[in-house]
Design a protein around this ligand. Structure first.
Ligand SMILES: [Cu+2]
Length: 272
């Protein structure tokens, strides 16, 4: 029995050791955190997330510290006797009700402020309807007559096939590349209308700090805005388990300066 037990523990120990030794190999620790993103809103969300993390860490250190200290210093083997007076201390009980309440209210105020900002669609200059399908996206530039589908890039699609013989590590942006990306102008508030044609999907690009469900029969809204000085390619994926190929419907957004975007849009309108 003891041999079986010892053996069964071995792989777990080895695994934990391997994980520990592999940890310093993580090139960039900040990758474990959410990204700061490329918009004012995403940075505000990031900053608030960090404040919350530090508050939670502070609370954890204080409460676990007090608990561990109490368990070690006042253990029974050292002859500790329970203080019956402290079992019902009205002041202490009031304090540990009041203090967390104050902390929660202090956390709620900036949260609500951000939530209102997230829901505020006013001032958007472009509306794109985003429709989720099993398993690709459709983008419609409302009022512009431009509409197209965005599917997993052929390179990724080939490599993912069983027995393809292609090493995914050799495929650039494996499963994070599409045939036709969503193109948006930088420095512009863009309203996205999200829906789906079959099951629930979710449109998520971490660099925009935003994720929202695309639900059949519903029209959800969100807005994105890429900093004027941060044109580039931003990647995301469907974030709602939507079936067998859920992992194969990435999102790619190309943000370009407004003048370039207008030229791109004109070209699209001409070819439609
Ligand atoms: Cu999906």
């Amino acid at each position: 029995m003891s041999i079986v037990k010892r053996n069964s523990k071995l792989p777990a120990t080895a695994g934990a050791l391997a994980a520990l030794t592999a940890m310093p190999a993580l090139a960039d620790w900040s990758r474990l955190n959410m990204p700061k993103g490329v918009s004012e809103l995403s940075r505000e969300i990031y900053d608030m997330h960090m404040i919350m993390v530090w508050i939670c860490l502070g609370i954890a250190v204080v409460t676990f510290g007090a608990m561990i200290l109490a368990m070690i210093r006042f253990r029974k083997s050292k002859g500790a006797v329970a203080d019956t007076k402290l079992l019902h201390n009205a002041r202490l009980e009031a304090a540990w009700t009041l203090v967390p309440t104050i902390i929660l209210i202090a956390m709620a105020i900036p949260s609500v402020d951000k939530l209102i900002k997230i829901e505020d669609m006013s001032g958007s200059r472009l509306t794109v309807k985003v429709t989720g399908y099993q398993w690709y996206w459709q983008y419609e530039y409302l009022g512009k007559g431009v509409s197209f589908y965005s599917r997993l890039a052929r390179t990724s699609d080939l490599a993912r096939q069983r027995g393809s013989g292609i090493d995914p590590n050799t495929v650039e942006n494996y499963l994070l590349e599409v045939d036709k990306p969503l193109v948006v102008p930088t420095g512009t508030k863009i309203r996205l209308l999200l829906t789906a044609n079959d099951v629930i999907h979710a449109w998520w690009v971490p660099d925009f700090g935003m994720k929202r469900d695309a639900i059949p029969g519903f029209m959800n809204e969100m807005w994105i805005s890429v900093d004027a000085d941060k044109p580039g390619t931003y990647r995301g994926k469907c974030a709602e388990l939507c079936g067998a190929d859920h992992g194969f419907m990435p999102i790619v957004v190309v943000a370009m300066p407004p003048a370039e975007f207008e030229a791109w849009l004109a070209q699209q309108m001409a070819t439609e």
